[in-house]
Design a protein. Structure first.
Length: 101
């Protein structure tokens, strides 16, 4: 199994933050919403938990050893625990919902 998995949104319109929060809550996770301004960056780091993240609005690129992964509205990303990654926020900023898996 890959340490980084992406599920692309394929619907006509992206889901709302409330809908994405509901999906995470429905499987017993505790979601948190956050956002960043255009061009913000996160240096390389890792977590001791699996990161499950939905992009709600805007865009963000996660930089991993497997390559770069750009997320847009509705896309889901899972990064396994202890997987090094960095991130760069897109030109319109980003809004995300994430939970510890």
């Amino acid at each position: 199994m890959s340490s980084v998995q992406v599920l692309r949104w394929s619907g006509a319109a992206p889901p709302t933050e409330a809908e994405l929060t509901g999906q995470l809550t429905a499987v017993g996770l505790v979601p948190t919403g956050w956002g960043n301004a255009p061009g913000d960056r996160y240096d390389r780091h890792s977590h001791d938990y699996t990161k499950i993240l939905y992009c709600v609005a805007g865009s963000i690129v996660f930089h991993t050893d497997q390559g770069d992964v750009e997320l847009g509205p509705g896309d889901r990303l899972e990064i396994a625990a202890r997987t090094p990654h960095a991130a760069s926020v897109g030109p319109d900023g980003v809004r995300c919902v994430e939970a510890r898996g």
